[in-house]
Design a binder for this molecule. Structure first.
Ligand code: NAP
Length: 307
């Protein structure tokens, strides 16, 4: 536990900053349930995979390549099925959807966990800024593709971040998703994480079955592979001193997404944002239903135009 963590209290859910993925799933028997999780080969995704299979679930474990996914499944043990899904490559995402369809299991949860952060220089993929494309468009394609398989009470959980507040003043630059008008690494990350949140929010209004749920989460700040694009000095501080003084551990970081995906009490929430295993009010942009709807329409248009 970090020094900061020592002073944190639990919230109304009975869980809080220091709760771990094992804590929030304690007593849960997930035998017979199936979860699709992205980014399972590292950080929060690996811990989510480990804990879900430990509780008896079958996990369709997605990583960029089948070799990475297989290695993660081997490390986790249990009933884990590797799925290749390179989120920045639409053909790979479509193939992942087809794999999930062919496996044929109703999905009790989809945890859209994979992500990249703060690329120092602008990169584009299929004409769109890379963080927006990978974190949002890739997951939009995957989640909407497998939606017909979501179980009656299935849950979609999208990894957002408190960094959604760091976005551009207009929230999501729907008229400049290639970052032609300028690029700032953290604003672009903030925009992508706001897009993740707005996707979960709008999806909640379109879920086909009344028992289904869609939420977004901030996992906390955790030293993982996500920091790989930060400069070396900052990385050293972040990974070295951060965990001692201020950061969550990986098991604590994976707790909020496991809470939202699995805990019975989280079924009371749809379209909301969680942090520290409790609902939290996001930024004004994060509450903007019109922006969420406009982003959905824009993303459908983008996806329709992809090879
Ligand atoms: N750590 C934090 O402090 C923090 C804070 C707020 C939000 N989050 C969010 O939490 C989520 C998990 O992050 P983490 O901290 O666990 O980071 P991580 O250790 O870097 O894991 C990220 C995962 O995403 C995968 N990924 C990246 N690009 C991909 C792509 N194009 N296609 C498929 N998979 C891809 C990575 O695969 P490779 O290893 O193959 O690249 C890795 O498995 C992210 O969405 C992040 O934005 C994290």
């Amino acid at each position: 536990m970090s020094l900061y963590g020592m002073f944190q209290r639990k919230g109304p859910s009975g869980f809080g900053y220091n709760s771990t993925a094992e804590d929030v799933t304690a007593g849960a028997d997930l035998t017979g349930r199936t979860y699709l999780v992205t980014g399972v080969n590292s950080g929060l995704g690996a811990e989510t995979l480990r804990v879900l299979v430990m509780r008896g679930a079958r996990v369709l474990a997605a990583a960029r390549t089948v070799a990475k996914a297989q290695a993660a499944c081997d490390a986790a043990g249990g009933d884990a099925v590797p799925v290749a899904c390179e989120l920045s490559e639409p053909s790979s995402v479509r193939a992942a959807v087809a794999t999930v369809q062919a496996l044929g299991h109703p999905l009790d949860g989809v945890i859209a966990n994979a992500g990249i952060m703060a690329l120092p220089k602008v990169q584009r993929q299929h004409g769109y800024e890379m963080q927006f494309f990978t974190n949002h468009v890739g997951h939009f394609m995957l989640v909407t593709g497998v939606l017909p398989q979501l179980a009656e009470e299935g849950r979609v959980v999208i990894l957002s971040s408190s960094a959604h507040t760091m976005t551009y003043p207009e929230g999501v630059r729907l008229d400049d998703l290639a970052a032609e008008r300028g690029y700032a690494p953290w604003k672009a990350y903030g925009q992508a994480k706001l897009a993740n949140m707005l996707f979960a929010k709008h999806l909640a209004t379109r879920l086909p079955k009344p028992g289904q749920r869609s939420t977004s989460v901030h996992p906390g700040v955790i030293a993982t592979g996500l920091a790989r694009h930060m400069n070396k000095g900052v990385q050293l501080l972040f990974n070295g001193l951060g965990p001692v003084f201020a950061l969550k551990t990986v098991p604590q970081g994976a707790a909020t997404q496991c809470y939202a995906a699995v805990h019975p009490d989280a079924a009371a929430h749809n379209g909301e944002y969680f942090a520290n295993c409790n609902p939290k009010t996001p930024s004004a942009h994060g509450q903007d239903a019109a922006l969420a709807a406009a982003l959905w329409d824009k993303t459908e248009e983008i996806v329709a135009g992809l090879d």
